[in-house]
Design a binder for this molecule. Structure first.
Ligand code: GAP
Length: 444
């Protein structure tokens, strides 16, 4: 993880928030490469969940919601972590994340000092809206995006004539006052979620739950993620969230071990039932073809962390490889093997020399590619070193412009993973790149 954190900073993926003031715990800033990667992961998810499904539409709900939302959702009452403090070293722990023997003996796992009793700690950030800081002005930063979908479900049925089964997808920020925020961007106080809520008829929920588990697994396979680094974990009775009838996590083998990447939950009719109760509004679905049929839909939720997905994609792509190019067999390269559709830069254009019109020609070719691809241009230093820089940033394709390019319009296309090079005519370059992206298969 240290190597990934350091590469992320060095290459402009992720910076510590407010670093010049010593940093802000639980918050991170996404640099020029990071924001591109994050946008592409979000685009891939959005395409998968909306464009490829006729029965799923999108939403972008506000972060600030009526405070009753969080009473109805159960978050005010139940969204808590068990917390213990060490009286001696002042370390703070989640009681469910320290060894049981330490908890039983009330002994700090760090210094052996005495631990406080376990107390419940609500994870929602609470603030005030308006000038008065009284109980009537309390408002929460949303701890999940899901509730914005539930409170809009009737609006969407009416405005978009949706019929059950159907889904609503949303990407957005969520906030949790996490006690433990180590492991880089894995668990943070400010993060982004990609959630989809699928509304189904009661009785069909278990079938849809199985279907969505299959679809979410296939999604990661399509992204080229190492499938032996993914596994399912079903929540036991003690682990189930207050809203869940059944829940499975997709776990990824991060450098610190297996950890949750995404949850697929059967939330039953809990959420819409509770919002009916708290809002006094009738949230039953009325079947258009048979108005006698009315029911509170069950909800199957797929809930992935966008920022956690970014960490997974970084870890999954990270590789160090001994390469024997130029006859030098102790040369090592660091390479990020991003799927080309996720890579922050798709194609880098490199003139072999700055002189003799090669730089101008390269700029010209870059301009042609810019309309369709995220490009970079680099003319500084030896060509081998420039390839390494692009490998480390995860750029899947480099295009090198040389003297032959001037003579016959051909360029060298170099592939990041295999380091193979082929000659391609400038006029065929964009089509070739599109084909390579579409047909990409990860081999290492
Ligand atoms: N709406 C259901 C829900 O929020 P969750 O299991 O609490 O379920 C879903 O969160 C996903 O959101 C997690 O699998 C994880 O990817 C991401 N996530 C949750 N808390 C996070 C945090 N503090 N920092 C980063 N990502 C987080």
């Amino acid at each position: 993880m240290e190597k990934i954190t350091s590469l992320a900073k060095r290459r402009g993926f992720v910076f510590q928030s407010s670093e010049i003031y010593g940093g802000q715990n639980g918050a991170w800033d996404y640099g020029p490469m990071g924001v591109e990667l994050k946008n592409r992961i979000a685009q891939a998810w959005w395409k998968e969940m909306t464009q490829l499904h006729d029965d799923i539409v999108g939403l972008d709900a506000a972060i600030l919601m009526h405070p009753r939302t969080w009473e109805a959702s159960g978050h005010v009452e139940n969204f808590t972590d068990p917390l213990v403090d060490c009286k001696k070293c002042k370390s703070r722990f989640r009681a469910d994340q320290i060894p049981e023997e330490n908890l039983a003996a009330k002994k700090c796992p760090d210094c052996g000092g005495e631990l406080t009793d376990t107390r419940k700690f609500n994870l929602m950030f609470k603030t005030h809206i308006g000038p008065a800081e009284d109980s009537a002005s309390i408002i929460y930063l949303r701890p999940e995006t899901a509730q914005g979908i539930y409170v809009n479900y009737k609006n969407i049925i009416q405005s978009n004539r949706m019929k059950i089964p159907f889904g609503i997808a949303q990407i957005g920020k969520a906030f949790r006052n996490e006690i433990v925020t180590k492991n880089f961007i894995f668990r943070t106080c400010e993060f982004e979620q990609m959630e989809m809520q699928f509304f189904v008829k009661p009785g069909t929920d278990e079938e849809w739950f199985g279907e969505w588990r299959k679809r979410r697994w296939a999604y990661y396979e399509k992204l080229g993620v190492k499938m032996d680094h993914l596994r399912w974990h079903q929540h036991g009775p003690g682990e189930l969230a207050h809203y869940a009838k059944d829940a499975y996590d997709i776990e990824y083998l991060f450098p610190m071990g297996w950890r949750e990447l995404e949850g697929v939950h059967n939330r039953s009719d809990y959420d819409l039932g509770r919002h009916t109760q708290y809002s006094g509004k009738d949230l039953q679905y009325i079947d258009q073809d048979n108005s006698a049929e009315r029911y509170i839909p069950y909800i199957i939720e797929t809930s992935a962390g966008l920022t956690r997905n970014l960490l997974m994609i970084l870890c999954d792509a990270y590789d160090e490889e001994q390469v024997a190019d130029k006859g030098n067999d102790d040369d090592w390269r660091t390479v990020l093997r991003f799927h080309p559709s996720l890579a922050p830069v798709t194609v880098a254009v490199l003139p072999l020399m700055k002189k003799d019109g090669l730089a101008e020609l390269a700029q010209d070719i870059r301009k042609e590619l810019k309309e369709d691809f995220a490009t970079d241009y680099d003319q500084g230093g030896a060509i081998g070193r420039r390839y390494r820089r692009q490998d480390e940033a995860g750029t899947p394709f480099c295009v090198t412009i040389d003297y032959e390019s001037k003579d016959n319009g051909s360029v060298t296309l170099r592939f990041r993973d295999s380091m193979e090079q082929v000659r391609v005519n400038r006029t065929e370059l964009a089509a070739r790149l599109r084909k390579e992206i579409r047909e990409y298969k990860r081999t290492k």
